[in-house]
Ligand binder design. Sequence first.
Ligand SMILES: NC(=O)c1ccc[n+]([C@@H]2O[C@H](COP(=O)([O-])OP(=O)(O)OC[C@H]3O[C@@H](n4cnc5c(N)ncnc54)[C@H](OP(=O)(O)O)[C@@H]3O)[C@@H](O)[C@H]2O)c1
Length: 270
Amino acid sequence: MKNATKPASIDKPHIIVVGGTSGLGLALALHHQALGWQVSVVGHSTAKIDRLNSQHPNIITYCCDLTDNAQTQSLLESLSNISFQRVIYSAGSYTNERVHHLSQADSDQMLAINLQAFEQVFRWASEQLKHQSCALDINENSSLSLICIASIAGTMDYPYASLYAKSKRAMIATASAYRAALAPYYIQVNCIASGYIDTQALRDLNNDDASHKPFIIKTQTAVEKIMQAIDKDIELAIFPRSMRCITRAINHLPKPLLNWILRSKLDKTT
Ligand SMILES: NC(=O)c1ccc[n+]([C@@H]2O[C@H](COP(=O)([O-])OP(=O)(O)OC[C@H]3O[C@@H](n4cnc5c(N)ncnc54)[C@H](OP(=O)(O)O)[C@@H]3O)[C@@H](O)[C@H]2O)c1
């Protein structure tokens, strides 16, 4: 399961990026590495892990299918033996759910990755960080942090939401509860609700070109916004600003009107 040849350095802060083998998670992993962190990433695709091992040999890789509860549990048990200061949950599954009918397989996968494995990882990570907080006599000047990557789709409260939007909305609410619960331990919890990010996964869903997506931002811009949100300890970081304004306005519309607009806009036959 693990690329075991690379021991974690004990003198550097250590981050685990779950879903760190591609896209936004990988960009965040590389950013932390450039800042001097020891980085561990978790992903499922062996091709991505092999590429990472050859291109970034100092990053520790773990192969795990997060849709498999037992596999995830055994990964978390093995990670319990190491000390870390930050976990980012960036694993995610999304499809063109509005354009194509959601299959049973896509539905299972989306629920498992976006919600169930997220809860499993956050529960485990919060316990691990709490132990560290007590053992190390952590105070408000120390930094232990738990971050999750939700989506701006989860910030909208509307009746015709997709499974993706609903699971990200649940993620936002869960992160908020963890933030309150972990405050006495001086563990910071931040949730990221971004609009479209120009990652390969998004391009793959759009014939290799996602430039038509409204207010799409570069992955590096998203990394900068996320690092700012962590540095400023923002509970829920929503960006880009243009999308934030639109979603805020949408949340003030009467629900029946919003439902009608979204139905007519999102229900496409092609
Ligand atoms: N791109 C956007 O427009 C956008 C906007 C808002 C929010 N987000 C969120 O940002 C996060 C990253 O998205 P991205 O665009 O960077 O996509 P991505 O490149 O596909 O990244 C997803 C990560 O999750 C991992 N993952 C997926 N299924 C897994 C499984 N069964 N077991 C283990 N790992 C699994 C992937 O690894 P493997 O491929 O190896 O399984 C990969 O490392 C997601 O949570 C997404 O919802 C994206």
